[in-house]
Design a protein around this ligand. Structure first.
Ligand SMILES: [Zn+2]
Ligand SMILES: [Zn+2]
Length: 199
C-alpha cells in the first residue's frame, strides 16, 4: 500500500523496499506496494492471512453460498420423490419428523429436502484380515505370508460366513441420498388446507 525505500547508513538508497503496513521487505517497489493490498479489488487492505480485503471476502462468501444453493437446487430438482423414507437430511441435521424440521426453519422450510439412505453392513472377509496381517509383518520379513504358516483357514472362513449371514441386515449408518427427495409441504400445510376446506 505504502512502499518505502530502505536507505543505507551512508544515506544512499539501498534499492530494497518495505511495506509500511507490515514491514516486510521486498526486492522491488511494486512488490512492496502490493504487499498488504487486496488481490481482488487492488485497493482495500488485505485481511490477516487472506488474499482479499473484508469487502471482497464477504462478496466471495456470498458468491460461494449462492453457488452452493444453486447446486443444491439443481440436485433437488433432478431428484425423484422418495416413496419410502425414514430420515431426511437438511442443514447438517438428520430428521425423522418433518414437523420438527419445519419448526427449526421457523415454519419456512425449503419445498424439498433430500431423504437419507441406509448404508448396509459390509461382510467381513477372511482375506482382508489375512492381508492386513501380512502388511503388518511384511516389513520385518520379506515375502511374509500368514496363509503359509497357520492352519484352520477353512474353519475360520466358515465362522466368518456364519457371522456375515447373521449380520447381513444390519445398518451401519444413514447417509444423504441425493437421488431422492421428500416434500416438506404436506405435513406442514395440512392443518391450513383443512382450515380452508371448513371455511
Ligand atoms: Zn505488508
Ligand atoms: Zn478487496
Amino acid at each position: 500500500m505504502n512502499a518505502q525505500q530502505l536507505f543505507l547508513e551512508s544515506g544512499n538508497p539501498s534499492g530494497v523496499y518495505y511495506c509500511s503496513e507490515c514491514r516486510s521487505v521486498y526486492r522491488t517497489f511494486d512488490l512492496a506496494n502490493e504487499c498488504c493490498v487486496c488481490q481482488t479489488c487492488k485497493t482495500g487492505k488485505r485481511e490477516k492471512c487472506r488474499t482479499t480485503c473484508e469487502a471482497c471476502s464477504s462478496i466471495q462468501n456470498m458468491e460461494s453460498q449462492k453457488r452452493f444453493e444453486e447446486l443444491e437446487k439443481f440436485a433437488l430438482d433432478k431428484a425423484e420423490v422418495a416413496e419410502d423414507w425414514e430420515y431426511v437430511w437438511y442443514n447438517d441435521h438428520m430428521y425423522s419428523d418433518i414437523d420438527e424440521l419445519c419448526e427449526d426453519c421457523d415454519g419456512n422450510p425449503p419445498e424439498y429436502v433430500f431423504s437419507m439412505k441406509p448404508v448396509p453392513f459390509r461382510s467381513f472377509t477372511v482375506d482382508a484380515v489375512l492381508d492386513q496381517y501380512n502388511e503388518e509383518f511384511g516389513f520385518a520379513c520379506e515375502d511374509f505370508e500368514i496363509r503359509d504358516i497357520v492352519t484352520g483357514l477353512k474353519e475360520l472362513k466358515e465362522a466368518f460366513d456364519i457371522f456375515n449371514t447373521t449380520n447381513k441386515d444390519k445398518i451401519l449408518y444413514y447417509e444423504e441420498d441425493r437421488k431422492h427427495k421428500v416434500s416438506t409441504q404436506n405435513s406442514w400445510l395440512e392443518p391450513e388446507v383443512d382450515l380452508k376446506k371448513t371455511n
